[in-house]
Design a protein around this ligand. Structure first.
Ligand code: B1M
Length: 232
């Protein structure tokens, strides 16, 4: 512990600093991450490079260990909080420099359901992977998803449900989108503890995501295919 406290970030070279930021992100050390981001900015790093190499790079390690059961929810929430601290510094700068965006997602928990820990985690992991996310919170009726998706010009609509009584509402949202003729404008991804692959297929979603790491992988895959089909 005392060794860790002795590390002076500004005395590390760039490579050592990024390595140290991976460790600090893993350990959920928000102030250290903020300091690291500021040091790299002072050294002339582009905000997008800091986001991808230092923050997303570190979060990829966290995401993998979460998927493999090495890290658990409390640690991931701390890491995500540290990442958010760094991202808050970069966000206005990224907007100025026009860094490429991976994609845009609207996510929320469905009507009747107030569980939001899982979808907050998905939000943070998606942001960590470079997505812009509009999180519409809990207890969302159909119109919240549709309005937000339009307003935000989303690529992906994500829905979360933790109760067996609320998961059927996901189908109501998808059916309403079909009725309005806007279903195919979005990739629809669903998640939550009581769901499974079969349920996702049955309600007409594009993907069921077992966890936040899978959500990121699926979303990247969909966006990759979308960009390829647009450029073909
Ligand atoms: Co509630 N609750 N709860 N609860 N609660 C469960 C879900 C339950 C399984 C507990 C149990 O009985 N064993 C049970 C549901 C039973 C069922 O339906 N079969 C239950 C119940 C019954 C209830 C109440 C009805 C209790 C009551 O009042 N009698 C009530 C319902 C209120 C309501 O919603 N209307 C209720 C309330 C609450 C609290 C408010 C106390 C609290 C929620 C706090 C909050 O969210 N801010 C709570 C909690 C914490 C839980 C448990 C213990 C934990 C849920 C959680 O946060 N997990 C839960 C038991 C359990 O699941 N083991 C339980 C951690 C989280 C990271 O995982 O949400 O699964 P999860 O998210 C994962 C994946 O599922 C996936 O990625 C996430 C990260 O890997 N994912 C997505 C989730 N959403 C996604 C969306 C995506 C992609 C992936 O979109 C693309």
């Amino acid at each position: 512990m005392s060794d860790e406290q002795e590390i002076i970030l500004s005395e590390l070279n760039d490579e050592e600093l990024v390595e140290q930021m991976f460790d600090d992100l893993y350990d959920g050390m928000k102030e250290e991450i903020e300091e690291g981001v500021n040091i790299l900015l002072e050294r002339g790093w582009e905000p997008y490079r800091i986001l991808t190499e230092a923050l997303v790079g570190g979060m990829t390690i966290v995401g993998a260990d979460f998927r493999d059961g090495i890290l658990f929810v409390p640690e991931v929430l701390l890491a995500a909080g540290a990442m958010k601290g760094g991202m808050a510094i970069l966000k206005p700068l990224l907007a100025e420099t026009g860094a490429p965006r991976v994609g845009k997602m609207v996510i929320g928990t469905v009507k009747g359901d107030i569980h939001d820990i899982g979808q907050n985690l998905v939000t943070m992991m998606m942001e960590g992977a470079g997505f812009e996310v509009m999180n519409i919170g809990i207890n969302n009726p159909v119109e919240n998803y549709i309005d937000a998706a339009k307003e935000f010009d989303a690529d992906i609509v994500g829905m979360s449900a933790l109760l067996t009584t609320t998961m059927p509402y996901m189908k109501i949202v998808i059916d309403s989108m079909v009725e309005k003729g806007i279903r195919d404008d979005y990739v629809i991804m669903v998640g939550g503890a009581p769901l499974n692959e079969e349920f996702g297929k049955a309600i007409g979603a594009d993907a069921y995501c077992r966890d936040a790491a899978v959500a990121v992988e699926m979303a990247k895959d969909f966006m990759g295919r979308k960009h390829n089909s647009l450029s073909a």
